[in-house]
Design a protein around this ligand. Structure first.
Ligand SMILES: *Cc1c(COP(=O)(O)O)cnc(C)c1O
Length: 391
């Protein structure tokens, strides 16, 4: 079989096992409603928590930055690609996060690659929650450190693994802040306690906590009042911040070291001026007012209460991520299809993204949804829940 026949075979296998992804194309900007194939859909799947992806102030800031700095950075940060606007963003993010320093890279995915293999080697241990995001897993794969996987959110399991890693030089505990499929939050106070006891470092990837948790959306460390106890925090500019890009928060010593050694920083060009300018404005908006964060939470509480009252199970969520549990894979796909027919875009999440028999419709609530939008969705969920004998 030649290469293309092999690909054909592998694609057919994906289709047979129901793993083929359908890519839908938006015909306009992100928002509460989106256009697909000339039809309007209520958008319940984006990470645009605060509606900043199409915000006037961010767009104006991006245009201004283009006028002043051009469209491309021209080089990697260490050669000629560091502009004043990048350093301004890093300073502003550090103030916002209440940390000594931050480093901005091209994405949250890259931020994990920039940190994990750079600060660990053969003599070290990485302790990773079993449900950590793919970008953490790939970052760990790039490291030569020993790997210890602990059971999801289970502090006893983490402690056992820490004991096994006792003789390693550095022990790096890594966890998602908010887990994206269930919306549950990492047990940060317990993790910090164990890190102290076993002399380990704490690294938290706050992609879904940024702009959602903590005062003014400062994130999970602020939420638990543990900013000074977290050694490394990964952030993304692509979710609540509404743009694209990633950043690392920590002590100045860590950031200075990463600037010397982190490969995505050294070998891939910096953020474009437009993204950087828009990100600066996003931080301004969050710093000025809690209005958007409050609206997000009001919407989330409203939707979650109503859907629970209907008799749905929404699992263990503690955030605006709302997994509407249907359990059966086939039923979930049909449900999602019928929602789509009724003008609602919400993703069906099935095995292998979540365990077998834990299929769900994942509803992402945003500050841009109006109560009428949420009621529209609730009405369809009620109708289909009865039709499918779920409620
Ligand atoms: C989404 C996500 C990322 C990737 O962020 P990008 O900026 O889109 O690359 C990394 N980590 C976690 C936990 C995420 O949820």
């Amino acid at each position: 079989m030649n290469f293309y026949d092999q690909l054909k075979q592998e694609m057919e296998d994906l289709e047979q096992s129901g793993l083929l992804v359908t890519i839908r194309t938006l015909e306009g900007p992100q928002g509460a409603w989106i256009n697909i194939n000339d039809k309007k859909f209520l958008n319940l799947c984006s990470n645009n928590y605060l509606g900043l992806a199409n915000d006037k102030r961010l767009k104006d800031a991006a245009i201004k930055a283009i006028e002043k700095w051009g469209v491309g950075p021209g080089a990697v940060r260490t050669i000629a690609g560091t502009m004043k606007i990048h350093e301004e963003l890093e300073k502003k993010l550090a103030e916002f996060k209440k940390v000594e320093a931050t480093l901005v890279v091209q994405s949250g995915f890259n931020a994990n690659q920039a940190v994990i293999p750079t600060i660990t080697s053969e003599e070290d241990a990485i302790l990773s929650d079993e449900l950590n995001h793919a970008s953490i897993i790939d970052g760990v794969r790039l490291s030569k450190a020993k790997r210890y996987v602990w059971k999801h959110k289970d502090l006893n399991s983490l402690e056992e693994q820490l004991k096994q890693a006792a003789n390693c030089r550095r022990k790096l505990i890594i966890t998602d802040g908010v887990f994206s499929m269930d919306g549950d939050i990492a047990p940060l106070p317990g993790i910090v306690e164990l890190a102290k006891k076993y002399d380990a470092l704490v690294m938290i990837d706050d992609a879904h906590g940024e702009g959602v948790l903590g005062k003014n959306g400062r994130g999970i460390a602020d939420h638990f009042n543990l900013t000074d106890e977290v050694d490394i925090e990964i952030g993304t500019l692509s979710k609540a911040f509404g743009i694209v890009g990633g950043f690392i928060s920590g002590k100045k010593q860590l950031i200075d070291f990463l600037k010397q050694r982190a490969r995505p920083f050294l070998f891939s060009s910096s953020l474009s001026p437009a993204e950087t300018g828009a990100a600066l404005e996003a931080v301004n908006i969050l710093s000025e007012s809690e209005q958007l964060v409050n609206r997000l939470w009001d919407n989330a509480r409203y939707f979650q209460q109503k859907i629970k009252d209907m008799g749905y199970d929404i699992g263990v969520t503690e955030t605006p991520i709302t997994p509407v549990m249907i359990y059966d894979e086939k039923k979930t796909k049909e449900f999602s299809f019928e929602l789509y027919e009724k003008g609602i875009f919400a993703s069906a999440i099935v095995y292998p993204t979540v365990p077998k028999g834990k299929a769900r419709i994942r509803v992402m609530i945003s500050a841009v949804h109006s109560k009428e939008d949420l009621d529209f969705a609730l009405e369809k969920f009620e109708y289909l829940g009865k039709k499918f004998s779920i409620i």
